[in-house]
Design a protein around this ligand. Structure first.
Ligand SMILES: [Zn+2]
Length: 257
């Protein structure tokens, strides 16, 4: 068994949690403390009643997530939000969250791992956010329908499916970029165009991005917010198990998005 402080410190060092900027509700690092040493780790994309209950069931007392407790913003501890906190506290479960530090990481990050999953090799960073890059880009020579099919096969292993903006069947992908999660935006599209990217693989994005994509000469593959962010937490689980010789499990809780 290992103390939460020790695990949190190693994770903070690995992920450079103190240096990487993020959106305010991300609250990277320990979000909820506990009292007893950590005996087992559960990892999940989201911190929900569902994943908290699965953590209890697995006998774990540390839940490591990509999306923490605070994305709903400042709110009173009532209703479902209270229920999450209550279940964590009475079961002595700690929560550690890693958002952009996990997206951006060069070895356990969602973006590099999704590239590998799709058989693509990154050669440059992509998706600038303040002073960091979240995503990855590279070159290949594949039919775009093949990139889309690989993304779809991957999404289906996590309860989702991939959708692609309108493309011609013989279109080829020569320069790709990946930005997991809510990766299709005005910023990523602008960056795709300025870097010559012809195919952008994301988790999700607003409808207008699929309307604009064909006119901009970019294909967007929407592989699911949930599915594209399962890889980082799983890699963290493996890394933690190795570092601390602790059992771990991945909690699958697809959202349909
Ligand atoms: Zn996300």
């Amino acid at each position: 068994m290992v103390s939460l402080d020790e695990i949190a410190k190693r994770l903070d060092d690995l992920l450079r949690t103190g240096e990487i900027p993020d959106y305010q509700p991300a609250v990277n690092g320990v979000q909820v403390e506990n009292r007893n040493p950590i005996r087992k780790i559960a990892v999940a994309v989201d911190c929900s009643q569902r994943t908290i209950d699965a953590t209890i069931e697995a006998g774990a007392n540390l839940l490591v997530v990509h999306h923490g407790l605070f994305w709903g913003g400042l709110q009173p501890m009532r209703g479902p939000f209270y229920e999450r906190i209550y279940r964590l506290l009475i079961n002595d479960i700690a929560v550690y969250s890693a958002h952009l530090p996990l997206d951006a990481h060069p070895t356990v990050g969602n973006n590099v791992l999704l590239a590998r999953e799709l058989g693509l090799t990154p050669s440059a960073p992509f998706a600038r956010y303040q002073n960091i890059y979240i995503g990855a880009r590279g070159e290949c020579d594949l039919p775009t329908v093949e990139v889309a099919a690989r993304a779809d096969r991957f999404a289906r292993t996590h309860g989702g499916r991939a959708v692609t903006s309108a493309i011609l069947p013989d279109r080829r992908t020569r320069r790709w970029a990946i930005c997991t999660g809510a990766g299709a935006s005005a910023d990523t599209l602008r960056e795709a165009i300025s870097t010559g990217v012809d195919t952008l693989v994301v988790g999700e994005g607003p409808h207008w991005t699929a309307v604009d994509a064909p006119e901009l000469g970019v294909a967007i593959v929407y592989a699911g917010h949930y599915a594209t962010e399962t890889l980082g937490v799983r890699a963290l689980g493996e890394w933690l198990a190795d570092e601390f010789d602790l059992p771990w499990s991945f909690v699958e809780a697809p959202t349909g998005l």
